[in-house]
Design a protein around this ligand. Structure first.
Ligand code: TRP
Length: 333
């Protein structure tokens, strides 16, 4: 809470290859939050370096991520959009919070366990304290709600524990945040294994439709999508493939599952899959066009980053300085 305004904060990894799952399940609904909350969306480049990055690529993806969020409908006048490393308070508060986070707590984080197995040759301290930086991101803005996927829920819980611990010593220093899942979001499944969530890091790119895929790729991927036995376009638990495609169609057209069943009654899977591909490509075309325009004007994107960072630091500075004062750091104004 800042003043009488509730705050919503979310961090996004600098990866340009967001999927229609990210779009339909989350980003498309983010703009609703700006009506209800003061919203901050941060491109977390400091989190990204916990695994090795190619610098040129990291830089490019940072621009792309910001541009993609704007292209998906986040208005920079209504939302604070910025890059984490441009607001130094994040790293500074993270250090302080490290001293209020227990080794045992971090050892229990399932993402740390997974990532340290996956990157066994580089189990660095940053990978271990990743959730503390995330807690700093959230707490700096006195955040009330954090829209996250289920995989990040444990990190938000830890953030709450850290904030509660600090508040026990220094009452009311931090707002205790709540993780939330966007209400109107739908879970989109893999096109190859429809019982698994569509994931941007899936090695089989046929399983995933990216927001920036071109029309041909989108139509080809839906044509090849795994469907179920039978030939009817009908939503059912034992028809996860068709049901998933119907969900995509429904999200892009606004039609209900029953309407879709009626529309495709008597038609085969082939016609249906082509229709899903077409509505998806049509819906993404304006997003892609806007993305290309934004990426073509680097100077404007940089001006946006600068403005976002200035807005964010105004709030971040207040919280950090409050914490530093409580701790006994000398402050000379
Ligand atoms: N760890 C999150 C992810 O991988 C990204 C993130 C960083 C984040 N800081 C955050 C999400 C703060 C929510 C709030 O998706």
């Amino acid at each position: 809470m800042f003043g009488d305004q509730k705050v919503c904060f979310s961090g996004v990894q600098p990866s340009g290859n967001l999927t229609i799952g990210n779009y339909l399940g989350a980003i498309r609904n983010f703009s609703e939050f700006s009506e209800l909350y003061k919203t901050f969306y941060c491109v977390v480049d400091e989190h990204a370096i916990t695994v090795r990055q190619n610098p040129a690529e990291l830089r490019r993806r940072t621009y792309e991520t910001l541009a993609l969020y704007m292209a998906c409908g986040l208005d920079p006048e209504k939302n604070t959009l910025y890059v984490q490393s441009m607001v130094h308070e994040h790293a500074e508060l993270a250090w302080i919070l490290n001293c209020y986070t227990m080794f045992g707590e971090l050892s229990r984080m399932t993402q740390f366990k997974d990532k340290s197995t996956k990157h066994a040759d580089n189990v660095n301290a940053g990978l271990f304290t990743y959730p503390v930086l995330m807690a700093a991101d959230i707490l700096l803005y006195q955040t009330d709600v954090v829209p996250v996927g289920i995989d990040q829920k444990q990190h938000v819980e830890l953030c709450r524990d850290i904030a509660t611990r600090v508040n026990q010593i220094y009452p009311d220093l931090f707002t205790i945040p709540e993780p939330i899942m966007p209400k109107s979001g739908k879970k989109i499944m893999s096109l190859v294994e429809p019982t698994k969530k569509m994931s941007k890091s899936d090695e089989n790119t046929n399983a995933v439709v990216y927001i920036l895929d071109d029309r041909d790729a989108i139509i080809r991927k839906f044509k090849r999508a795994v469907t179920d036995s039978g030939a009817e376009v009908r939503a059912a638990e034992d028809k996860p493939g068709v049901t998933n495609l119907m969900t995509v169609y429904s999200c892009f057209t606004g039609k209900s599952m029953e309407e879709i069943e009626r529309e495709f009654a008597g038609k085969g899977y082939g016609d249906f899959k082509l229709a899903v591909g077409e509505v998806t490509a049509d819906a993404l075309a304006p997003v892609q066009k806007r993305f290309a325009e934004l990426m073509a004007d680097k100077a404007a994107l940089e001006a946006q980053m600068k403005k976002g960072a200035e807005e964010a630091s105004y709030y971040a500075r207040r919280t950090l300085s409050k914490m530093q004062k409580k701790l006994g750091f000398v402050q000379i104004h």
